[in-house]
Design a protein around this ligand. Sequence first.
Ligand code: AOF
Ligand code: ZN
Length: 353
Amino acid sequence: MRRALRLARRGWGWTAPNPMVGAVVVQGGEVVGEGWHAELGGPHAEVVALTAAGDRARGADLYVSLEPCNHHGRTPPCTEAVIAAGVRRVIIPVRDPNPVAQGGVDRLRAAGIAVTEGVEAEAAAELNAPFLFAQHHADRPFVTLKLAVSMDAMLAPRDRSRLQLTGPEAMREVHRMRANADAIAVGLGTVLADDPTLTVRSGRRPRQAPTRIVFGEADRVPRSAALVKTARRVPTWVMSRGPGETELPGVRRFTAPTLEAQLAVLRHEGIRHLLVEGGAGLAGELLTAGLVDRLVIFRAPVLLGAGALAAFGGVELDATAPGELPGRWQVVTERAFGHDQMTVYAPAASSAR
Ligand code: AOF
Ligand code: ZN
């Protein structure tokens, strides 16, 4: 199953709104075929793996990182391919909550195929957390908040100068994360302070460039901002509370009265996974409102000290425990990138639905 999950990851940035899925066919303790869902609209993982296995799929075990689909979508149902191939047993981590595709386990069992569930369930759910979330929540996107902070949980030095805290390894990881998001967002303050580009500039490019989103009043977004100047090439949206007057060429503008309402607009526009990259104001608002599904913190080995800009703007931080996070969080992943430490947190109450 871990092999199937590794294969699934090869679809990173290419399958949305579909999940990433991998499959391995095992016959007599030997891998006889494997595959993954490589691209939206392309064949599903099981079909690729079974085709690779050919006749050797008869009587084999099929490890697939999501319940096989049971519907005619862009491709025929995987359940029928599994049954036709003569597979003996199917092993999955989690069921597919998609109402149109689900039902695979029941269909396979009805055809006399043994099905084992729950293998590597946590890892599989985490890999496709935004997909799984979207099946149960139509009111907003899955929100990943990424922040690079100092050891004392600061975002910027006292003089607010633009300081690159994390190293090149962490940068590459951020670009990889961007490739798996439908949209990348920042607050207006970050546009004014950093003039970011918010494009995927390292690693494999995604199937579609993520939409770039600014939360803030459109009238305050400079026409000279890098995001505005490139808006005709890369989709760029501004989410404002008020209507505003200035024209921003190539930029789509949306008006909604609250952050929640703005997120609802984004989901309605097809954004299922939103990566927020700051700054302190937007991060604080999202955290306070309980709208963060994954918090990704890169901690750089520097101290910014008194007077620096606190990472979780507007949210109480325990001064005696620098880096302590507001709310209750559990650690999902921890990993070093060069000199920086990445920690991924999920809200403690909810699991990766
Ligand atoms: C599988 N194996 O590799 C994937 C599955 O309309 P389609 O054909 O693109 O199907 C999309 C749905 O199928 C998707 O929303 C999810 O429920 C399931 N994805 N299922 O058996 C796969 N990618
Ligand atoms: Zn399928």
